[in-house]
Design a protein around this ligand. Structure first.
Ligand code: C2O
Ligand code: CU
Ligand code: CU
Length: 512
C-alpha cells in the first residue's frame, strides 16, 4: 500500500473561473487606490506569497436540524487580481462559496439569476440529485428569474462535489468568468482525524489582459479548451501557509478550470490519496504525483516531513495539444507551505481502512461512446458548422467547422441519445478516437473504473474509487461501471467546457 503509484487520470473535477477568496472588493478599496498603475504587457503580475485564505462558507439560514437552506445569486462583480486592475467577473453571492452539509440533510437553495441578458442554471456536479433539480441545459433560469433547487443528501454520499452553471451554449464562458462553488458533504462519522483540518484548494485558471478584462476565447481556445495565464488557488496566486514539522493536513483539491490538465507533485512533502470525486477510497495510497484533469477532485493527506518550503507544483503533461501555443505547464507553484524547524505535537495516525466500496456488480447493458474531433477543413463532411448559432452560443463566429462528437453526433438539446433504466448496472465503454485527451463526465451518479486499454494493453486501476469524471487519453478506451438510481434526462460530456459547448455531449434518459 505504501508503494508509490502514479495515478494517471485519477480524480476528476471540473469547475472553472477565478476563485475569489480575496474578493473583499468594496467600493472603499476601489476609490482608495487613486494612483492607477501604468499598464504594460498583456499579462499583469499577480502578487504571490499572500496568506492562503479560505473560500467563504455559505451560511445555513435554517433553524431546523437536517435542513440546509440558503440563497445564491449569480451576479456580475469585480475582482482586483492585480494592483489598479479591477476585472469584471461573474460570481455567486460575490464570491466562490463553499456549501457544507451532512449526509442525510435536505438542501433547499433559492437561486436568483442576476446575470444581465443571459440564462443560467446551477448544476450540482457529481451529486445524486433528481434530474429536474440538476441544472440541466434544458431547465434554464431566465435573466432576472428565480427558482428553488431542492434535494436530499443520501447516506453514503459524503464527498467533495462542486457546482457551476450549465446553460446551453454559455457554460464555458460563465465558468471562466468566475461562476463556481464547492459543495462538501460531510459523513456522519469521519474516519479522518479532525487534527488534520480540512482545507479546500479550489484551482482555477485566469486570463486577463493588460486592462484587466478577460479576453474573448480564440480559435485555439475552442480547439484545446481555454487555458489561462495564471492558475489560482482559492483565487490567489501561489498563496502561503504555515505548517509545523511532522504535521499532517487534509486537502481537497478541485480542478475548477475550463481546460487545464494539472499534473501535480508536492516538493518536500509527501502525499497520500484518501479520496476521489465521490468520496473516500477504501485505504490510503501514497503517491509521488497525480493528474487532476478538468472537473476532477482529489482528497489528500499531506505530511510535512521536512523543514523549509514545501511546494505544490505542476509538471509537464502531454494532452494532445492541437496547433501552436501549447502552454508551458511545468513549474507553476500553486501553494507554498513554510514548514517550521520545530516538530509539531504528535498527530494521530491515518487509519489503515477508510471505508468499504462495494463493487457495482455485473452489467446488464453495454454502451459504447466513441469520441472524435473533426477540424472543419480537414473534414470530408463538407457542411460548414453554421457557427452553432441555433444554440445562442457566444463562441467567436467561425469555429470553422470544428466539431467535437460522440458517436458521430454533435449535441442536440431535443435529442435523447440513449435510453436507460434506473437501478440497472451498465458497462460504458468510452473510446477516444481523437488525438486529444478528453475528460469524460456523467451527471447524476458516481461510477467505478473497470479498466483502461491502450495499444492492446489493458490495465485495471490500482484501487477502487467513486468517480464522476475520468480522463480518456487520446487513443485510449476506458470501461466504467455505472448505475443511475434516479430517473430523468442526464448529460454526459467532455469536461473541457469548450468541447462540451462545441458538441461533445449527449443525453441519457433514465426511465423509472
Ligand atoms: Cu461539471 Cu455537465 O458538468
Ligand atoms: Cu456534472
Ligand atoms: Cu474534450
Amino acid at each position: 500500500m505504501h508503494r508509490r503509484t502514479f495515478l494517471a487520470g485519477l480524480a476528476g473535477l471540473a469547475v472553472a473561473g477565478p476563485a475569489a477568496a480575496q474578493m473583499k472588493h468594496d467600493m472603499s478599496s476601489m476609490s482608495g487606490h487613486g494612483n492607477t498603475m501604468p499598464l504594460t504587457g498583456t499579462n499583469p503580475v499577480l502578487q504571490e506569497g499572500q496568506p492562503l485564505t479560505a473560500l467563504p462558507r455559505l451560511t445555513n439560514q435554517s433553524a431546523v436540524p437536517g435542513l440546509f437552506k440558503a440563497e445564491l445569486a449569480a451576479e456580475p462583480g469585480f475582482i482586483r487580481f492585480a494592483e489598479g486592475l479591477d476585472t469584471p467577473v461573474l460570481l455567486y453571492n460575490s464570491t466562490n462559496p463553499v456549501i457544507e452539509a451532512r449526509e442525510g440533510d435536505k438542501v433547499e437553495i433559492r437561486f436568483k439569476n442576476g446575470i444581465p441578458g443571459e440564462p443560467t442554471t446551477i448544476h450540482w456536479h457529481g451529486m445524486p440529485v433528481p434530474a429536474d433539480q440538476d441544472g440541466n441545459p434544458g431547465d434554464p433560469v431566465a435573466p432576472g428569474g428565480e427558482r428553488i433547487y431542492a434535494f436530499d443528501l443520501p447516506e453514503g454520499s459524503a464527498a467533495s462535489y462542486w457546482f457551476h452553471p450549465h446553460p446551453h451554449g454559455l457554460t464555458a464562458e460563465q465558468v471562466y468568468r468566475g461562476l463556481a462553488g464547492v459543495f462538501i458533504v460531510k459523513p456522519k462519522d469521519d474516519p479522518i482525524p479532525p487534527e488534520y483540518g480540512d482545507t479546500v484548494l479550489m484551482l482555477t485558471d485566469l486570463r486577463i489582459a493588460a486592462d484587466g478584462t478577460m479576453p474573448e476565447s480564440t480559435m485555439a481556445d475552442l480547439m484545446n479548451g481555454r487555458i489561462g495565464d495564471h492558475v489560482l488557488t482559492n483565487g490567489q496566486k501561489n498563496p502561503a501557509m504555515a505548517a509545523a514539522l511532522g504535521e499532517k493536513r487534509r486537502f481537497r483539491l478541485y480542478n475548477a478550470t475550463n481546460a487545464r490538465f494539472l499534473r501535480l507533485r508536492f516538493e518536500n512533502a509527501s502525499m497520500t490519496v484518501i479520496g476521489t470525486d465521490g468520496g473516500l477510497i477504501e485505504a490510503p495510497v501514497a503517491v509521488d504525483e497525480l493528474l487532476l484533469t478538468p472537473a476532477e477532485r482529489i482528497e489528500l493527506i499531506v505530511s510535512f516531513d521536512k523543514p523549509g518550503a514545501a511546494k505544490l507544483t505542476t509538471l509537464d503533461y502531454e494532452r494532445g495539444w492541437m496547433g501552436p501555443g501549447k502552454p508551458d505547464e511545468a513549474g507553476m507553484v500553486l501553494l507554498t507551505a513554510n514548514v517550521s524547524e520545530e516538530a509539531a505535537a504528535a498527530m494521530p495516525p491515518l487509519p489503515a481502512k477508510l471505508r468499504a466500496i462495494e463493487p457495482l456488480g455485473s452489467p446488464v447493458v453495454t454502451r459504447r461512446f466513441v469520441l472524435t474531433e473533426s477540424m472543419g477543413g480537414m473534414d470530408n463532411d463538407s457542411t460548414p458548422m453554421q457557427g452553432m448559432d441555433h444554440s445562442g452560443m457566444s463562441m467567436p463566429s467561425g469555429s470553422m467547422g470544428m466539431k467535437f462528437l460522440i458517436n458521430g453526433a454533435s449535441f442536440e438539446m431535443n435529442r435523447i441519445d440513449e435510453v436507460s433504466k434506473a437501478g440497472q448496472v451498465e458497462l460504458w465503454e468510452i473510446v477516444n478516437d481523437a488525438d486529444m485527451d478528453h475528460p469524460f463526465h456523467v451527471h447524476g451518479t458516481q461510477f467505478q473504473i473497470l479498466e483502461h486499454e491502450k495499444d492492446g494493453k489493458v490495465t485495471a486501476p490500482s484501487y477502487r474509487a467513486w468517480k464522476d469524471t475520468v480522463n480518456i487519453v487520446g487513443g485510449e478506451t476506458v470501461r466504467i461501471l455505472l448505475r443511475q438510481d434516479l430517473p430523468g434526462p442526464r448529460m454526459y460530456h467532455c469536461h473541457i467546457l469548450e468541447h462540451e459547448q462545441l458538441g461533445m455531449m449527449g443525453i441519457v434518459d433514465v426511465q423509472a
